[in-house]
Design a protein around this ligand. Sequence first.
Ligand SMILES: [Ca+2]
Ligand SMILES: [Ca+2]
Length: 160
Amino acid sequence: MKTFENHCYEFIIHRRENWEHAREDCKIKGGNLLSIHSIQEQNFIMSSLSSLNFLGKGVWLGLNDKVTEKTFVWDSGEPVDFEYWAKEEPGNIVNILPVHHEEDCVLLKPNDSGHWYDYPCDGILLVLPEHDAWVCKYDMSPVPTPNTMVNGTGTPKLIG
Ligand SMILES: [Ca+2]
Ligand SMILES: [Ca+2]
């Protein structure tokens, strides 16, 4: 677990799943699939992946345009206030047959300076399934102040 500003980040870099499974993993633990809101946060993710010696193809971001094509939103519901697309991305390549799989999910690729690529969210029938690593992001709980500790509901101390 690593921290940056007021969030904790869990780097799940030894597993590979499709986007939905990665998303679910973060949700059940009370977090969200990674969202990135500044170049500082982007750089933090990159340096963390580097320090963890991550050698995979990429990590899933919470960013997706599953609901409305070309309108990307963070799965966490946060505003899209920073983007780091690779050149000519997002391209939304659609496979031809037998099933249409648009590129509606986003992968951060460390081997391309951390640039973002839209990718199919799940397995593709004709080629290998799209399974990648991911990062879960959590809000840090507020640090209790001395005042709230005094007024808190701790176990009463027996005196005498
Ligand atoms: Ca798309
Ligand atoms: Ca793409």
